[in-house]
Design a protein around this ligand. Structure first.
Ligand code: PMM
Length: 275
């Protein structure tokens, strides 16, 4: 799949059409404003816009499938009609199938197919790309699951088994990307250890998506980051470091600075290659 091809790191811009996401909940629930924000993400350099209708914030209540569809589909339709590559952040097979029919190119499933037994078959039948993320359970109580002997080894093993399940369901290897799931059933030190061990996630052999944008573990010690947007600078720092490794994509709220960070990494690479 073209969108998963090797090359410089891409930016996946986040468009949460939810009333309750942790950093942008409630901002883009109106259709016109959501579509306008999607266009802003593209204008800032996002290669993909990730539309989500369910918050995964710890303790968030799940919307019904009908409500999720109501939030997501019109936005997907409008952006895809303009030629934007749209991914849809959903754990539901019905939402995935309807989103692809509305023009989405990728299904971004934070549960890796674990939340809905029909998901992998639905994605395979749709022909869409699939991002499978490391996940151990719904947000309610997910920190009880943050227990590891070796977080990198266990995340890699669990991701590999989700890849296996996706392939068995008929998803093409070239249509798959993987994501270690920063912040999902991971505590502060697990997230940093995973970033330090990203090479081992890459060694699974699939494009890697990194989603750290504004997450709590990026906060500065001493409570200096009162608001999630205060973590944008740390998010850019992570983007620069992982872009130097050419991970497939970073999923971020703020796009413009990530594009700059990726451009810096690419110019250093080019200069090094010239000798
Ligand atoms: N994080 C969130 C939601 N969806 N999808 C992927 N693939 N990876 C992530 O890390 C991820 C995700 C939670 O963040 P948000 O509420 O700001 O969207």
């Amino acid at each position: 799949m073209e969108v998963f091809a090797a090359g410089p790191t891409r930016v996946m811009g986040i468009l949460n059409v939810t009333p309750d996401s942790f950093s942008d909940g409630g901002r883009w629930t109106d259709l016109d404003r959501a579509v306008a924000h999607g266009r802003e993400l593209v204008a800032a350099g996002a290669a993909i816009v990730d539309v989500g209708g369910e918050s995964t914030r710890p303790g968030a209540e799940r919307p019904s499938a009908a409500e999720e569809l109501r939030r997501v589909l019109p936005v997907v339709e409008a952006l895809a009609a303009e030629g934007t590559v749209v991914s849809v952040d959903t754990m539901r097979a019905d939402v995935a199938a309807a989103a692809v029919a509305a023009g989405a190119a990728i299904i971004n499933d934070v549960s890796g197919g674990l939340a809905d037994p029909e998901m992998l078959a639905a994605v395979a039948a749709s022909g869409a790309g699939y991002v499978t993320m490391h996940w151990r359970g719904h947000s309610f109580g997910m920190y009880d699951q943050a227990r590891y002997h070796d977080v990198v080894a266990e995340v890699c093993a669990e991701l590999a088994s989700r890849v296996e399940a996706a392939l068995e369901a008929g998803i093409e290897p070239a249509s798959l990307a993987i994501d270690p799931g920063f912040g999902f059933a991971k505590d502060y030190s697990h997230n940093w250890t995973l970033l330090a061990g990203l090479e081992r996630v890459e060694a699974l052999g699939y494009p890697v998506l990194v989603g750290v944008s504004r997450k709590g573990f990026l906060g500065r010690p001493g409570g200096l980051d009162a608001r999630p947007t205060d973590r944008d600078a740390a998010t850019v720092a992570v983007t620069a470091l992982v872009a130097a490794r050419r991970v497939w994509a970073v999923r971020t709220h703020e796009v413009f600075s990530q594009v700059a960070a990726i451009s810096v990494a690419e110019r250093i690479r080019a200069a090094g290659e010239q000798g």
